[in-house]
Design a protein around this ligand. Structure first.
Ligand SMILES: NC(=O)c1ccc[n+]([C@@H]2O[C@H](COP(=O)([O-])OP(=O)(O)OC[C@H]3O[C@@H](n4cnc5c(N)ncnc54)[C@H](O)[C@@H]3O)[C@@H](O)[C@H]2O)c1
Length: 367
């Protein structure tokens, strides 16, 4: 008996498409059938690298009736338009973060999904990985008592060091808040529930930066966004978290720590799927935790979760509603930096269910 699968079309054959295609090529219940890019040569090269049978423009992808779900790996500034086109053509969508660069566009994506009765899932899907699932399970099992506070940092020298076309990460819609903030705010919402107020301050340390790697190395460009931001998040349940998001830090720090009434937990870097999770007692002693199951440890885990949920008829976890709340929080972070205010958050969302503890990639998935 052949296993039914969700046919996947990838649009955006840039840097991150390699990781996605690695995961999705071996993942259960999905079959990559098309790679599209506005640069057709780039689409061809990526498709051939992973034995994907078809490639071309995004219009070509949308004309391919074997594609059920579009994986949108374009730049943030194109996310909403590309996702809406997929939904209007009757496809489900997985989008890289952020869902959109404005709340208006984000709501338009969710509304197109509702009209078409299709699913929208949005990165990050790292919270579906073994690392965060292990830490979240410990918290939900009461191992730290009631969680009350968190400290987060995602700080390093910036993507101009490693990305061959980093300009979009320093333009409106990019910056450390929208680029790396989604990892932490998504994880925090899984711990504390929705955010109710944001206060943040920040600076743009260098107004011009330079591409440091690849064929365009040496090209200078303008910086449009704050590149070092410190934020204070207040949650509806009264808990608080501090966060640093920075492309300006010579000292790299990737921190996600949660403290509760009975102790704390040192979680993995929420940009990663795996890593060591430890319970930390008030005397500072640490106890590493046994890793918990995850369906897939790699970018694309959320695509596999949508395919599984279409089969089960259950909600998928990295949902459009979660991404909308996270985007509102991150845009509020930028607004607070710009005008010095504290910004109230109007949207709300519940934390997603954990994956089953025995989740395994071997399970069958279908549409
Ligand atoms: N690079 C990373 O390590 C990384 C990690 C996690 C998430 N992401 C996210 O993935 C997305 C893509 O990042 P990237 O680093 O791969 O960028 P990239 O610039 O390397 O690739 C983007 C690709 O999308 C194509 N594209 C842009 N607009 C298009 C459109 N309208 N139609 C068709 N193709 C279009 C471009 O030609 C390019 O090939 C971003 O949202 C980013 O935040 C990137």
């Amino acid at each position: 008996m052949t296993e039914p699968v969700t046919g996947v079309g990838v649009v955006g054959a840039g840097v991150i498409s390699e990781q996605y295609l690695q995961t999705l090529s071996g993942a259960p219940g999905v079959d990559v059938r098309f790679v599209a890019d506005r640069d057709p040569e780039r689409a061809r090269a990526r498709a051939q690298e992973f034995d994907v049978p078809a490639w071309g423009t995004y219009d070509d992808l949308l004309a391919d009736s074997t594609v059920d779900l579009v994986v949108n790996l374009t730049v943030p500034q194109a996310h909403a338009e590309v996702s809406v086109a997929a939904l209007e053509s009757g496809r489900h969508v997985w989008s890289e973060k952020p869902l959109a660069t404005t709340l208006e566009d984000a709501r338009a994506v969710l509304s197109a999904a509702e009209t078409a009765d299709r699913r929208v899932g949005v990165a990050p899907d790292t919270f579906l990985g073994t690392g965060l699932q292990t830490g979240l399970a410990a918290i939900r099992d009461g191992r730290v008592g009631r969680p009350r506070s968190a400290s987060c940092a995602f700080q390093y020298g910036g993507p101009d060091i490693w990305h061959p076309s980093p300009e979009f990460l320093f333009a409106e819609g990019g910056g450390p808040v929208l680029d790396v903030g989604p990892y932490h705010v998504t994880a925090l919402v899984q711990v504390f529930g929705p955010v109710r107020r944001v206060t943040a301050r920040g600076v743009t340390t260098r107004r011009r930066r330079r591409v440091e790697t690849g064929p365009r190395a040496g090209t200078e460009f303008d910086v449009e966004v704050p590149t070092h931001v410190t934020a204070l998040y207040e949650f509806a349940d009264g808990s608080v978290a501090d966060a640093v998001f920075s492309f300006d830090a010579p000292v790299q720090r990737m921190v996600l720590e949660v403290a509760g009434t009975e102790g704390g937990v040192r979680l993995v870097d929420p940009n990663q799927f795996t890593g060591t999770t430890s319970l930390v007692a008030f005397d500072g002693s640490e106890e590493p935790l046994e890793p918990r199951g995850a369906a897939v440890d790699g970018r694309g885990a959320g695509v596999v979760d949508i395919a599984r949920s279409l089969h089960d008829g259950t909600p998928h976890r990295a949902s459009g509603e979660l991404a909308l709340h996270v985007l509102e929080v991150l845009l509020a972070t930028e607004r607070s930096v710009a005008d010095g205010s504290s910004v109230e958050i109007t949207s709300t969302v519940a934390a997603a269910d954990l994956l089953p503890a025995d989740a395994t990639p071997a399970e069958a998935v279908t549409v």
